[in-house]
Design a protein around this ligand. Sequence first.
Ligand code: GLC
Ligand code: CA
Length: 544
Amino acid sequence: MAVNNQKWWKDAVIYQIYPKSFQDSNGDGIGDIPGIISRLDYLKDLGIDAVWLSPVYCSPQDDNGYDISDYQDIDPMFGTLEDMERLIREAKERGIRIIMDLVLNHTSDEHRWFREAKKGKDNPYHDYYVWRDGEEGVLPNDMKASFGGPAWEWVPELKQYYFHQFSVKQPDLNWENPKVRRELYDMILWWMDKGVGGFRLDVIDQVAKEPDRKITSNGPRLHEFIREMSRETFQKGDLITVGEAWGANTENAKLYSNPDGSEFSMVFQFEHSMMDQQEGKEKWDLAPLPFVKLKKCLAKWQNSLYQTGWNSLFWDNHDLPRIVSRWGDDGKYRKESAKMLAAVLHGMQGTPYIYQGEELGMTNIRFTDISEYRDIETLNVYRERLEEGYPKDEVMRSVYAKSRDNARTPMQWNGEKNAGFTDGTPWIAVNPNYVEINAAKEQKDPDSVYCFYRALTHLRKEHPVFVDGKFQLLLPEDEHIFAYTRTDDDSEMLVCANFTGEAAACPLDGKWKDAQMLLHNYKEELGEVLKPYEAAILIRRREL
Ligand code: GLC
Ligand code: CA
């Protein structure tokens, strides 16, 4: 078996596509697979190695595809299985692999298994889901679902409740049942046969739940299940696998991303991503970002997984607000701060992920009326919080900061109608700033956020220190500067960045004076005081 160190995904850059909002090809206002195919050259130009596709399987779209009714077919809204096969093929011709999103914690309530399961307690599919006997109105316990309301739903015909960690239309699968696991593995093998390059595993840390003990993430059998799945499926191919694990910590991440390949390639962990919320509360309960804590958190992940695991690097995805609006400045310093955030992220050790539009510095959306929002989570929290007596202004402030729809408005391709996303009416409105912020404009402008991202993806291929170098955080207590080095046998790289909108001193070792500048987001020479959101990446040969 190949040594983990040689794995292709270590020097890869992954691009996430949210298919519904990427490119519409037939004017129905919904992005689709032929639309993605038509943009493969754009992705190749950006220099990415693989695309992670959010779910395109058959789905009633209660949670935009994360509620799957058939794992082995494509939803007609996105195209056909032939379109999917063509995408895999055409991407491959451009050196791009396709990563599918596997939602294995739950299915749609419209999945055949669940429709069977509801027919009776003796139906062979009944035990595919998690049921508890009971009485109407007396819930098995007080567990809550992620999208609001209780985690239990009553089925009168059966006089039973089923368990759902997400919406009522997303019943949880029963992983204790070996037949369920086998079905899932066979489905994974079927996709591997089609030539996919890897999988992203949705809320995978929640599959080994034990509702009677109120355990959802990190259940006792979790790693046993993952190792079994990996053995039965992923290990038969040369895949990248990344588990989504909100409950990951640096200790269990070493299991998930064990270099022996027994589980996944890496996980998405969210420790840094939950820092701008009030402790012990929900993401909607806003708090300022504790910058020094953020640096220490990322440094901890860097150091803990060095040679014992592997990090994924991301600021954005389809569940998170746009990073330039969140921790940068989407006004005066939009370009500078978007580039700074990119440099800080891509300079660390791990596999970087770019979420569609991040490479353009796309920003959060502020719809004035709640009816313009589409996300089930946003709509539910809005309703619930108003019922609980929160002032509307405050609820909207939370929505503006954290709604998942911030990242789900259509991709901004050009300055034409609907940003070039569709000829029809988009399923969710386009951000009006597309006239300023769009791919066509940025591809022509060497000074754009897009060109900065492209430079980053290429630098990663030219300098092995990006992949292998050991991380060291500099100036840990500094309230403005995010600086670190990466060091391997041959060279030393420095990333120094001002994370704020005020000029800030960045005292550095004199040895960096004659280092080579790899990338810089200001035209003026790098000085000892960094301008607002200034960021630079330098490299020097190591003295022996
Ligand atoms: C993951 C997905 C999210 C989805 C949830 C339920 O967190 O990223 O979009 O709503 O799982 O499947
Ligand atoms: Ca379409």
